[in-house]
Design a protein. Sequence first.
Length: 291
Amino acid sequence: MNNILVTGANGLLALELREKLQLHPEFNVYYASKEDCDITNMSNIHSYVKDKKIDIILNCAANRNAEQMESDYNASKLITVEGPKNLAIIANELGATLVHFSSDYVFDGKKSTPYTEDDKTNGLSVYGKLKVEGENAVLKIANTVIVIRTAWIFSSYGQDFVKTIRRLAETRDEIKVIYDQVGSPSYAGDLAEYIIQMLPKIKKGTKEIYHLTNEGVCSWYDLAFYIVQLFKLSCKVIPIHTAEFPQKAQRPHYSVLDKSKVIRDFGLNIRHYSEGLWECIKKILENEKCQ
Ligand SMILES: NC(=O)c1ccc[n+]([C@@H]2O[C@H](COP(=O)([O-])OP(=O)(O)OC[C@H]3O[C@@H](n4cnc5c(N)ncnc54)[C@H](OP(=O)(O)O)[C@@H]3O)[C@@H](O)[C@H]2O)c1
């Protein structure tokens, strides 16, 4: 069980996985970008995996732009449902394990206590609804599959909330950020670490959903406030209601995920998002110094 395929190799999570997996010589990893291996194109996947003897597929390929997805249903369905279905079929052909990623946006946010894997899904947006369909498809098709629902990913790589807030805070005296959407942020570097710990423990024939984020709960406003502080910027962060920042895709007001199951089954020791945030920002600043 040593050959891994990481799809969507240039994304927030995949790039952190690449960094962490370098420290694990027991894994031989193939990183496939959209150009190398388009998951919506079956013959493309077949020719990429040919002769590679893939044991595990980590499907990081996705479109996470919920706004864009509201106005492009067909393309959104292709990447969010059909692509994962293709990978489930390929995983079976190869006898491989499929690890597929989903989102807290599969829930409608009407609860006020953390969502468990058994809670009823009810995505509010095209992204949320299609993520549910994608989950159901891979769980039905793949012989060995785990679906990891995560949330609010930030990363030292790529474009994310951390870099957006930093950019805005560097150029404005004040920024307004939503405070009535509450969730658990996830540092992609930590997610990568936890996923690597999970891989050797996934048993053949498993078909499970797991919730995995960092510990801690906050609003986007709180997260932005921390980011501005950690970058030592003087910009004022002002809390606003969702209604004051109209968006096409409806987001859940509350989407904290209960991680008891993943902690129990894999013995993970999950740290608070603020520790991940601090590490992420240090890495961003150090990388800039090296440039
Ligand atoms: N980011 C979050 O806050 C968040 C929250 C909850 C769940 N998730 C889920 O976590 C997973 C990883 O997310 P992420 O934030 O790392 O995503 P990401 O940064 O958007 O990366 C996704 C990657 O997939 C690639 N891709 C797009 N279409 C593809 C195709 N047809 N075939 C192969 N690759 C394709 C993209 O390439 P291009 O950029 O060239 O299109 C991109 O490099 C996703 O399933 C996402 O839905 C993310």
